[in-house]
Design a protein around this ligand. Structure first.
Ligand SMILES: [Zn+2]
Length: 269
């Protein structure tokens, strides 16, 4: 599943290859994604120039002329590619005035592609109630201390749920908690301010490192999920039973709210 670093990588690819282009024609399949595709609304984007590409949590927002926005969520298996190649599971194709078309590809069809007016964007239910961006200045120790105060809830599920901070998926939550030496099951309210400060830094650096490794310029961005270089740098995630790089203890795996959690029983207390 694409997590924040992968989505940010796609955003950068959009910025490099799609911003400034004009949409000449839109084609869409008749299959339903997480929401139905509206041929009529997507057609409204024809003739408009793409002005910018923004990311909010794991949503991509391509802003076009005339205050129209294309909202895209990659779901479980979606991808946005700039390519001439046509494949099965291509669901939306934006033909541009220059260069290869922009293609939304999604085998499992859990993604979202919506063309919105400014008013619809403001009211869009997908964008309501989101926490702060982890790489913005809004995500700081004061915010995390406030969010954790009095909470019995395990720190990992608080990080994951998206109401406090967005985009910290399962892999990055496990990795950041290892970097901050905090056990994932610890009640959020019992973690000291100093340790939460370390956690803020760990979340930021874990995500930033992943973005740096996925974020080279790509004409054909291909590869959702955690492929490549970053995967080889994971300290705990997916390493159940292997020795910890720091202390040689065996990495443990447990299930927390239905998700796998990996941690080092000696380094994380
Ligand atoms: Zn260890």
């Amino acid at each position: 599943m694409p997590e924040l670093p992968e989505v940010e990588t796609v955003r950068r690819a959009m910025e490099a290859h799609v911003v400034g282009r004009r949409v000449e024609k839109v084609w869409c399949s008749s299959l339903r994604l997480r929401e139905p595709l509206s041929r009529r609304r997507l057609a409204v984007l024809q003739g408009r120039q793409i002005l910018s590409c923004e990311r909010r949590a794991k949503y991509l927002l391509l802003h076009l002329e005339g205050a129209r926005t294309l909202l895209v969520h990659l779901g479980m298996s979606g991808n946005l590619l700039v390519t001439e190649e046509r494949r099965k599971h291509d669901h939306v194709i934006f033909y541009l005035d220059d260069g290869p078309p922009l293609v939304y590809h999604d085998p499992r069809r859990f993604g979202i592609v919506l063309a919105l007016t400014a008013k619809q964007l403001t009211a869009c239910s997908w964008l309501q109630g989101l926490g702060v961006e982890p790489l913005s200045d809004d995500f700081d120790v004061d915010l995390l201390v406030e969010a954790c105060k009095g909470r019995q809830r395990p720190i990992k599920s608080l990080l994951l749920d998206g109401h406090v901070v967005v985009g910290v998926g399962n892999i990055y939550a496990s990795e950041a908690l290892f970097a901050a030496a905090i056990r994932p099951t610890t009640a959020a309210g019992r973690i000291s301010r100093g340790r939460l400060a370390r956690l803020v830094d760990a979340v930021r650096s874990t995500l930033q490192r992943a973005i740096d490794h996925g974020g080279t310029t790509i004409r054909d961005y291909a590869g959702s999920g955690t492929g490549g270089y970053f995967q080889r740098q994971l300290a705990v995630y997916g390493r159940d039973g292997e020795p910890c790089d720091t202390c040689d203890s065996r990495i443990k795996s447990i299930v927390q709210s239905g998700r796998s959690t990996f941690y080092c029983p000696r380094c994380q207390r």
